[in-house]
Design a protein around this ligand. Sequence first.
Ligand SMILES: Cc1cc2nc3c(=O)[nH]c(=O)nc-3n(C[C@H](O)[C@H](O)[C@H](O)COP(=O)(O)O)c2cc1C
Length: 280
Amino acid sequence: MPQDADAKLRCALERRFADPPGAAPPAQGAETLAGMAARGAQRVFATQPLDEGLLRLLCAVALSSPTKSDLQQRDILRISDPELRRAVDGLLGDQTWAAGAPELLIFCGNNRRQRQLHAWRGRPFVNDHLDAFFNASVDAAIALGAFVTAAEAVGLGCCPVSAVRNHAQRLSDLLELPEHVFPVAGLALGWPAGPAEISQRLPLAVTLHENRFGSGDPRAEVEAYDRARAAAQPYAKQRFTGDYGEAPDYGWSEDKARQYSKPERADFGAFVRAKGFRLD
Ligand SMILES: Cc1cc2nc3c(=O)[nH]c(=O)nc-3n(C[C@H](O)[C@H](O)[C@H](O)COP(=O)(O)O)c2cc1C
């Protein structure tokens, strides 16, 4: 069994990276690491509902993840009311796949509780600056990542949904999010109805640094990644062909450059400020 896990881990990393680590397998934990390395986004779900006990268990595991200074500035909001769910699904634009997920969770940053502690304890809150928003966002993102790992470990499939922030104020109104509580991302979740999509990653040469970041230009490595990824995992559809045409060699960098050539959620800063955050 450990050998199978070692092979699975090596195989997953070879599929993911052009320069996978050549290290000997770890003395323990290969099964867990193999599961994490072979994971992928799941956007197609069986209709079978999730057991509520299992969902609560996964939430508890995810909320066991690290939080900055033990401040615990993140919460999970489960949308179980079908009418509310329909309303939230209606905010997701072309992300229609998410409506097919039996569960939709919203991972929220929550700096409200901290401010309440100050009111309850009669202590001044003197950290009303960007860090308050940043720390809560990071805590929420860590819990989201932990939830994904936990869910995939029990065989569920999931995919985060930042599209829930497309209309952040409307979402906030629907979910009655108070001041200093904000959505970081949704997570669509269910039993998979097909294989997950496993994406190649940029090589470690580009994303793993030692001691100093360095001033090297990663263009050649990124272009090699584009080619390898396009061969293994071509994009089904090119973005904004009306503006940019059909590229014969459409790869990751072209997709990402096209994506962010159009504004996305440009009103999010205004929403966050309206939630009471000062971002100085
Ligand atoms: C914070 C976050 C937000 C995301 N939002 C969306 C989304 O709105 N719609 C979507 O289809 N995928 C979304 N994704 C999934 C990514 O597009 C996904 O990471 C990508 O398809 C590559 O798959 P992988 O990173 O799971 O391997 C999101 C992922 C993260 C981490």
